[in-house]
Design a protein around this ligand. Sequence first.
Ligand SMILES: Cc1cc2nc3c(=O)[nH]c(=O)nc-3n(C[C@H](O)[C@H](O)[C@H](O)COP(=O)(O)OP(=O)(O)OC[C@H]3O[C@@H](n4cnc5c(N)ncnc54)[C@H](O)[C@@H]3O)c2cc1C
Length: 288
Amino acid sequence: MNAIEQYVAPTSLAQALDCLSRGEVTVLAGGTDLMPQSAGGKVKLRPTLMNIRRVPELTGIARDGDAIRIGALVTVTEMMRDALVREHLPVLVEAGDHFASDQIRNAATLGGNVNNASPAGDLLVPLLVLGAEVELAGKPNGAIATRQLPLAEFFVGPGRTRRQPHELLTAVRVPLPPRGQLARFYKFGTRPALDISAISIGLAAVADDGVLSNVRVAFGAVAPTPVRAPRTEAALEGRRLDASAIEAAAQAAFDEVRPIDDVRASAWYRRELIRNMTRRMLDDVAQA
Ligand SMILES: Cc1cc2nc3c(=O)[nH]c(=O)nc-3n(C[C@H](O)[C@H](O)[C@H](O)COP(=O)(O)OP(=O)(O)OC[C@H]3O[C@@H](n4cnc5c(N)ncnc54)[C@H](O)[C@@H]3O)c2cc1C
């Protein structure tokens, strides 16, 4: 049974961080993960429930030097409609297209997806291949302190991150892609719509005269966290996307993932999907 003693809705980052510093707080953003998890007994709410939706510092998408800063409260719908994202980071729009339903996209936030730290979180795989960083803020000694961490280092296990209890995730920073970068996101679930990924694949690479460099590949739902795939990346780095490179990458992907059996798919099926979907994704890129 959850015993919420207090509901707070701060209107500034400083207020929110003060509240967090006092301890025993559950952070609520869109609630699309938190509410079902709490109702299902998977998560026990702490005595203070803090709704962060009125904190202005967590909103908005803006150019920030050589990166695009996406506020933690930006919803999937807002992200998909944003001009900067559409121009520079279209793979996030592609991922949004595969994300739940319109109703959920209108409420689900980027910060919630990242903090929920599901191995199958759909925004995490494209953000990994784009080299994103998370921005965290805390107020441990009376003044706001911020830090940044590569997204790849943020996840510790299913539902577990390196965020400290006194910190809020304030934003995700995505470097502006280099000229010639292509990026793709593939998701496979048991239904074509409104489904959590059985597996997902992200790819980013610079294509110069057909030759790939700076290759990044990531997989979702095949490990306790979304993961980069160094052997698959190595199979593609410096290669032209011909049939033999595609086959080598698909086999490397099959060899390097170690998924588990669960309600959505068996480990065997997931490995086959990874091999086949990697091949299909690379075929599509080669023909584009
Ligand atoms: C029907 C349905 C379909 C779904 N389909 C998909 C799907 O296709 N793909 C997918 O990836 N997900 C899916 N989800 C999961 C969910 O919608 C997403 O993970 C969503 O992005 C969570 O965001 P939220 O704002 O609702 O987070 P919340 O539920 O409010 O919070 C999630 C977690 O993050 C913490 N948190 C939130 N914001 C912050 C912050 N700024 N700082 C620190 N901690 C924070 C909360 O305390 C909580 O632990 C689905 C959920 C439902 C109910």
